[in-house]
Design a binder for this molecule. Structure first.
Ligand code: C2E
Ligand code: MG
Ligand code: MG
Length: 781
C-alpha cells in the first residue's frame, strides 16, 4: 500500500473511531439522563394525578352536599317521593357532571338510581363508602363498574341525623383525563386500567397520547413494580409507571398508567447524537483534502525519492532534481543527489580502470579489442604493433619505476604521431595502433616515422635510455577481419621486424609459422615421429689426410604421405618455433647412435654428427639422455659429434652454455655449423667447449672459381688450426674444391662430390664401392 493511501486510511479510521465513540457517548449519556428524568417525572406525575382526582372529588362532594341540604329533596326523601327525588338527582347530577346519581337508604339499599329506574331490590355496591360518609360526612373513591371508571362520591342527607345517602358517580373517562391533564400539565400518556379478566389489563380511560400504553404492561399475573418500568414493545420504548389507585372493596382494581415515550424524548436530542456523524462526514472531506495536502508535501517527495532510487538502481546516475523542501526530506534528497554523484564517479573510475592501462593511462587490450570490433569490416585498416623488445632488459637494469615512466613517455610520443588512430597498451612491452583507412604503404610510412621518433632516446636526469621501437603491421581485410587475428599476425610481423634493418615489417603469410597449414604440417610431423615416418640419411665426412671416410652427418628426411618429400629447411625451423624440435632431436640422436653401434658391430669406426637446434640447449636433461643412449648402445662418446649453428649459440643464456659444457665433459665433440655466415666472434667461441669449425657451404661451393672464397676458407683453416680447432668444409661439389681443401690442410670434407646424403644401406654400399674406404676400428685404435 502506498504511503499516500496508508495516510488516508489512517486519518479516516482515526476520525471514524473518534466520532463514533463521541456519538455513542452522547447517546448513552443523553439516554441515561432522560431515563432518570423520565422516572422522576413519572413519580411526580402520579402524585399529581392522585391529587387532582381528590380535588375533583372535593368539588363534586361540595356540589352533592349542596343538594343534600336542599329542603325540598329532604322532604321528598322523608316522604319517600321517589319521583321527585329522581328528577332532583337527575338535575343536580348534570350540574356536577355525574352520569349516575343514587339515593341509598341507611341500610345500604338503593332507593333511587338515575341509571336504572327499577332499582327496587339492589344494594349499594360499596358499603365501605357509606360507612366513611356516615363517619366523616363524605367519602369518595375511584371505582370500576361494568368496564368503566367512576369517581364515586357519597354524602349523607342530614335531617339533622342522616336519613339517607346520595352517591354521585362521575365518569372518569377520556375527556376527564384530558381535562385533568390540561389543568395539571400531566403527561399526555395517561390511562386508567382495570383487570379485564383473561389475565390482561383493559383500558378504562385513555389520555390523548395513551393509545397502546396499556399493551406495554406486563400481564396481571406478574407483579407490578411500584417503580417506573422500562418497557420495550413494537419497536418503541417507554418508561411506564403503573400505580394502583385506592378502590373500595367491591370494585375491581384500578391502576393509573403513566407513560414516558423515550424515543420521543430522545428525538429532541437527536441533533446532538447525530452531530458527530455529520461532523464525521465533514471531517472526512477535510481529512481527504488534508491527506492530499500532506501527500503533496510528504508523500510526493518520498515517491519522487523512491523513483530516483529506482533510477539509480537501474544505473541512471543523473542526480535527482533537488526537492525544495526543508527538514528530513530535503536532507534525504540532497544526500541522494550526492550519493548518485559519488556512485557515478566511482563507477566512472572503475570503468576507466577496466578499460585503461594503469601505468600509461592509455586504453588497455580489451578496450582496444572493442574499438577494433566496432570499426572492422568494410573499409581497410592497419594494425601496428609497436614493440619495445628491450624493455625486460631495461627493467632489470634501471628498475620497474623508470621503465614505467619510459613506457608512459612512449605512449605520449606515439599519441603525438599517430593522428586520429586509436592507441592502446596491449602487452607489457607493446602498444597497438589501430588506424582505419590506412593501406599498407601508409601504414609502413607511419611505422617508419614512429621508429625514427624513438631514435631520440628517453632522458631522465642523467639517465639516457634507448627504447628502440620495432613495428609489426597487419592489414585488414587482407590479413584478417577480426581484431584477435590481426593482433596475432601483427605479432608475427613484429618478430620479423626484429630481424629487419628498418625495424618494421608487414605480415607475410608465407613466413608465418603459425599459419593453419603449418600447424597441420606440425601435427603431421608428430604423427611421423610416432609412426616411424622419418628417415635418417647419412652424408660421408672424408678425412683428407688419410683418404678414408671418418664419419657421417645424420640428416633427417621426411617423405610426407600427401605432400611427398619435405626438405628439412621447410619444417626444422617450424618445429623449433612450435616446440616440436626436442622430440625430433631425441629421435635423431637415438637413430644416429643406433647406426653408429651397427657400424661398430661391423668394425667401422665412423663418428656420427647429429644436428642440434638452439632449443635443444634449453633442455637440461639432454646430456643425461645422450649419455644413456651411448651406454645403451655401447658406443663411446668419441663416436658422436653434435653440430650447433653459429648463430644459435650466440648470446645464449648460461643454462644453454652449461648444457654444452656437460656434453663436452662426457667427451662428445661439438662442431660449429655454418661457420662464417653469422657474426660470432672467435673470442666468444673460445669460451665454449668447441672441437670443430664447419665452414659454411656458401664459401666452398665456388671455391675453384672465387678467389675471395679461397682467401676466406684458407684464413679460417689457418686460424682454426692455430686456435686448436679441427676444420671441416661442407658443400664440396667438385674435385678442384677437394684438391684445394687438401692443399690448405683442411681436416675433413663433406659434399655431393664425395656423396649425397644416403640411406644407411646405400651408405654401406658406398663404402664398399667408392674410392674412399671407411675408417676401420682396428685402424682407429
Ligand atoms: P646443415 O647441417 O648445414 O647440413 C648440410 C646441408 O647441406 C644438408 O642439407 C646437405 O644435404 C647439404 N649438402 C651437403 N653437401 C652439399 C653439396 O655439395 N652441395 C650442396 N648444395 N648442398 C650440400 P639438408 O639435408 O637439406 O639439411 C639442411 C639443414 O637442415 C641442415 O643444414 C641442418 O641445419 C638441418 N637439419 C637436417 N637434419 C637435421 C636434424 O636431424 N636435426 C636438426 N636439428 N637439424 C637438421
Ligand atoms: Mg649440419
Ligand atoms: Mg651446414
Amino acid at each position: 500500500m502506498s504511503f499516500r493511501r496508508r495516510l488516508v486510511v489512517f486519518l479516516f479510521a482515526t476520525l471514524a473511531v473518534l466520532q463514533a465513540s463521541t456519538a455513542l457517548f452522547a447517546y448513552s449519556f443523553t439516554r441515561s439522563t432522560l431515563v432518570e428524568q423520565g422516572k422522576a417525572q413519572l413519580t411526580a406525575a402520579d402524585a399529581l394525578f392522585v391529587r387532582q382526582l381528590d380535588e375533583i372529588g372535593v368539588q363534586i362532594a361540595a356540589g352533592v352536599e349542596v343538594l343534600a341540604l336542599d329542603f325540598a329533596l329532604r322532604q321528598a326523601i322523608a316522604q319517600r317521593d321517589h319521583g321527585t327525588v329522581l328528577s332532583a338527582l337527575r338535575n343536580h347530577g348534570k350540574r356536577v357532571g355525574a352520569t349516575r346519581m343514587l339515593l341509598v337508604a341507611l341500610d345500604g339499599a338503593i332507593e333511587v338510581d338515575t341509571g336504572d329506574s327499577d332499582a327496587g331490590s339492589r344494594r349499594f355496591g360499596f358499603p365501605e363508602l357509606i360507612d366513611t360518609a356516615a363517619a366523616e360526612g363524605r367519602a369518595s373513591s375511584v371505582v370500576a363498574i361494568d368496564g368503566k371508571a367512576y369517581w364515586m362520591v357519597v354524602v349523607p342527607v342530614l335531617a339533622p341525623v342522616p336519613i339517607a345517602f346520595i352517591a354521585a358517580g362521575v365518569p372518569v373517562d377520556d375527556q376527564l383525563l384530558q381535562k385533568i391533564q390540561g389543568l395539571a400539565a400531566l403527561p399526555r400518556d395517561l390511562a386508567l386500567a382495570t383487570d379485564g379478566g383473561a389475565g390482561r389489563w383493559v383500558s378504562l380511560a385513555d389520555g390523548p397520547g395513551a393509545a397502546g400504553l396499556i399493551r406495554l404492561l406486563p400481564p396481571i399475573s406478574a407483579l407490578l413494580s411500584p417503580e417506573p418500568m422500562d418497557m420495550v414493545s413494537d419497536g418503541r420504548e417507554d418508561l411506564v409507571l403503573a400505580a394502583p389507585l385506592a378502590t373500595p372493596p367491591g370494585s375491581p382494581r384500578v391502576i393509573a398508567v403513566i407513560g414516558y415515550p423515550l424515543a420521543e424524548a430522545l428525538r429532541q436530542y437527536q441533533p446532538i447524537i447525530l452531530a458527530p456523524f455529520v461532523l464525521l462526514a465533514g471531517g472526512l472531506v477535510v481529512a481527504l483534502a488534508g491527506a492530499l495536502l500532506i501527500a503533496r508535501s510528504v508523500a510526493r517527495p518520498v515517491e519522487a525519492l523512491a523513483l530516483a532510487t529506482r533510477r539509480i538502481e537501474a544505473g541512471d546516475y543523473t542526480p535527482p532534481a533537488l526537492l525544495a523542501q526543508k527538514g528530513e526530506i530535503g536532507q534525504l534528497s540532497a544526500a541522494l543527489g550526492s550519493m548518485a554523484r559519488a556512485i557515478s564517479e566511482r563507477e566512472e573510475h572503475i570503468r576507466h580502470q577496466a578499460s585503461h592501462d594503469a601505468v600509461t593511462g592509455r586504453l588497455n587490450r580489451s578496450a582496444f579489442d572493442q574499438i577494433m570490433a566496432g570499426r572492422l569490416g568494410g573499409e581497410p585498416a592497419a594494425l601496428l604493433m609497436v614493440g619495445f623488445v628491450r624493455l625486460q632488459e631495461i627493467v632489470k637494469t634501471v628498475g620497474r619505476e623508470i621503465a614505467d615512466r619510459l613506457m608512459r613517455d612512449a605512449g605520449e610520443r606515439l599519441a603525438a604521431v599517430i593522428g586520429g588512430a586509436s592507441l592502446a597498451r596491449i602487452s607489457d612491452t607493446a602498444f597497438g595502433v589501430f588506424a582505419p583507412g590506412l593501406d599498407g604503404d601508409a601504414a609502413t610510412a607511419l611505422a617508419r616515422r614512429v621508429v625514427a621518433m624513438f631514435e631520440e632516446p628517453y632522458h631522465e636526469g642523467d639517465l639516457t635510455i634507448d627504447a628502440v621501437a620495432e613495428i609489426g603491421i597487419a592489414l585488414a581485410p587482407v590479413h584478417g577481419t577480426e581484431g584477435s587475428l590481426l593482433l596475432q599476425r601483427a605479432d608475427v610481423a613484429l618478430f620479423e621486424a626484429s630481424r629487419a634493418e628498418s625495424r618494421t615489417a608487414v605480415y607475410e603469410p608465407a613466413a608465418d609459422p603459425h599459419r593453419p597449414e603449418h600447424l597441420s604440417l606440425m601435427s603431421d610431423l608428430r604423427t611421423a615421429l610416432d609412426h616411424d615416418g622419418l628417415r635418417l640419411f647419412y652424408q660421408p665426412k672424408l678425412d683428407l689426410a688419410s683418404g678414408r671416410v671418418a664419419g657421417a652427418e645424420a640428416l633427417v628426411r621426411w617423405q610426407h604421405p600427401k605432400r611427398g618429400f619435405v626438405p628439412p629447411d621447410a619444417f626444422i625451423s617450424l618445429a623449433e618455433e612450435t616446440g616440436n624440435i626436442q622430440r625430433l632431436t631425441r629421435w635423431a640422436l637415438a637413430s644416429g647412435i643406433a647406426q653408429a653401434a651397427s657400424w661398430r658391430a661391423r668394425g667401422l669406426a665412423l663418428r656420427v654428427s647429429v644436428n642440434l637446434s638452439v632449443r635443444d640447449l634449453a633442455d637440461a636433461e639432454l646430456p643425461d639422455r645422450v649419455a644413456g643412449l651411448l651406454s645403451r648402445h655401447a658406443v663411446p662418446s668419441s663416436q658422436l659429434m653434435l653440430e650447433v649453428t653459429e648463430s644459435a649459440i650466440m648470446g645464449e643464456p648460461d643454462a644453454a652454455i652449461a648444457v654444452l659444457r656437460r656434453l663436452a665433459e662426457q667427451g662428445i665433440a661439438l662442431s660449429i655449423d655454418d661457420f662464417g655466415v653469422g657474426q660470432s666472434s672467435l673470442s666468444y667461441l673460445r669460451r665454449l667447449p668447441v672441437r670443430e669449425l664447419k665452414i659454411d657451404k656458401s664459401f666452398v661451393l665456388n671455391l675453384a672459381q672465387n678467389a675471395e672464397d679461397r682467401t676466406i676458407v684458407r684464413s679460417v683453416i689457418e686460424l682454426g688450426h692455430r686456435l686448436g680447432y679441427s676444420v671441416t668444409a661442407e658443400g664440396v661439389e667438385d674435385e678442384a674444391a677437394l684438391a684445394g681443401l687438401t692443399d690448405y690442410g683442411c681436416d675433413h670434407a663433406q659434399g655431393y662430390h664425395i656423396a649425397r646424403p644416403l640411406p644407411a644401406d646405400a651408405f654401406d654400399r658406398f663404402l664398399d664401392e667408392a674410392r674412399w674406404p671407411g675408417q676401420r676400428l682396428a685402424a682407429a685404435s
